[in-house]
Design a protein around this ligand. Structure first.
Ligand code: NDP
Length: 386
């Protein structure tokens, strides 16, 4: 029987919700590219419940414990005395989420001789040292597509809130003001602007599709070009690199995975090539943008706004400068953890576990590392090495 350590974010401050704002979730048949939804043999939760925090346990407790496995669920993940570190010693499976990442560093992996499977209940397995997983024969899997549309919606929301100066205007209402001029002196229309995405994968393409009706000029860069009919349908301009694209854009959104090619991509040099007063929205990974360079660009006016929900480290310490920099619209890492997304990533995690315990192959689109090499979706989007 296996020990499974599941690292999840804390429950709400007032405890587990007793009621929810809505009575259910829309039923989706398929993802936009035709990929089938997570399809475990069963689920022990009601879609629409809070599953991603400790008390929700991703809806896995009955399934795992009924089979005799040991399930440890904790939010305590920092430092050598953390529950995660102590339980890792004999864990076979670690489940974690990008929102509250259990950083599986090479040091931690070296101290976990039984570890065979690391599951990301979400998308983005950069919190796992993939090179160490390759070297130790650990399988890494994630629930591809589960929250891509959730993030795309968040990106569109953030672009509009920055360009239209929504959050400061809302703050004037909370402060009992009616300060029209204060609100509008930084407010613009998105219409007619040039908007570009770094990467046009599941999220990036969904952002482009959602922005098309706003009558903007759409740009993208990616390692591979989209089909010509998609470029023509959306009126896309392709650029061979971010460096070629960003000087042309009023708004840039980052939708690439964090790996050696993208780490620190938005540094002082690249930011300086952007139009003065451009907006940058990063819901991909905090480390793709240089933390202090972003602060400098906002202070100088080179960037008119920055928003996103990804930080490094996570949770961000109270002193993290992105909490207090000017003209930002940051949220904690929430875009991919709506109640809608939770139902999908909980079901996808269960599907991966069922495959693992039944000795059936995990779907290729969920695989990041297997058999000592990048595999499936991982072979496509990540690069090996540190
Ligand atoms: P996809 O794998 O569908 O798309 C990623 C795209 O990035 C691929 O088209 C890939 O290219 C491209 N890419 C990789 N490296 C580069 C590069 N150096 N320059 C340009 N493009 C590059 O993933 P998703 O769209 O679903 O997710 C993207 C990322 O968003 C995730 O890796 C994760 O980090 C983040 N994310 C954030 C969430 C949140 O809650 N904030 C939730 C979900 C994801 P190609 O395939 O052609 O090689």
């Amino acid at each position: 029987m296996a020990k499974i350590v599941c690292v999840l974010y804390d429950d709400p401050v007032d405890g587990r919700p007793k009621t929810y704002a809505r009575d259910g979730l829309p039923v989706l048949e398929r993802y936009p590219d035709g990929q089938t939804m997570p399809s475990p043999q069963g689920i022990d939760f009601t879609p629409g419940e809070l599953l991603g925090s400790v008390s929700g346990a991703l809806g896995l407790r009955h399934y795992l414990e009924d089979q005799g496995h040991t399930l440890v669920v904790t939010s305590d993940k920092e430092g050598p005395d953390s529950v995660l570190d102590q339980e890792l010693a004999d864990a076979e499976i670690v489940i974690s989420q990008p929102f509250w990442p259990a950083y599986l560093t090479a040091e931690r992996i070296a101290k976990a001789p039984n570890l065979k499977l690391a599951i990301t209940a979400g998308i983005g397995s950069d919190h796992v040292d993939l090179q160490a997983a390759i070297e130790h024969g650990i399988t890494v899997a994630e629930v591809t597509y589960c929250n891509s549309i959730s993030v795309a919606e968040h990106v569109v929301m953030m672009i509009l809130s920055l360009v239209r100066n929504y959050l400061p205007a809302h703050q004037w209402v909370l402060d009992n003001g009616w300060n029209i001029a204060d609100c509008v002196s930084r407010a613009y229309d998105l219409e007619g602007m040039h908007v570009g995405t770094v990467a046009a994968g599941r999220i990036g393409l969904a952002v482009l599709r959602r922005l098309k009706p706003f009558d903007v000029h759409l740009h993208y860069t990616d390692k591979q070009r989209l089909p010509a009919e998609v470029e023509s349908e959306l009126g896309l301009t392709f650029h061979p690199s971010a460096r070629d694209m960003v000087p042309r854009c009023d708004v840039v959104t980052i939708n690439a995975p964090l790996h050696p090619e993208t780490e620190n991509l938005f540094d002082d040099d690249l930011l300086a090539t952007m139009k003065r007063g451009a907006y940058l929205v990063n819901t991909a990974r905090g480390k793709i943008a240089d933390r202090d360079a972003v602060v400098r660009a906002l202070r100088s006016g080179q960037l008119a706004g920055y928003a996103g929900d990804v930080w490094f480290p996570q949770p961000a310490p109270p002193s993290h400068p992105w909490r207090t920099m000017p003209h930002h619209g940051m949220t904690p890492h929430v875009s991919g953890s709506t109640l809608s997304a939770q139902a999908r990533y909980a079901a996808g995690t269960r599907e991966i576990l069922e495959c693992w315990f039944d000795g059936r192959p995990i779907r290729d689109e969920y695989l990041i590392v297997q058999g000592g090499q990048l595999a499936g979706a991982g072979a496509h989007s990540y690069t090996a090495g540190r």
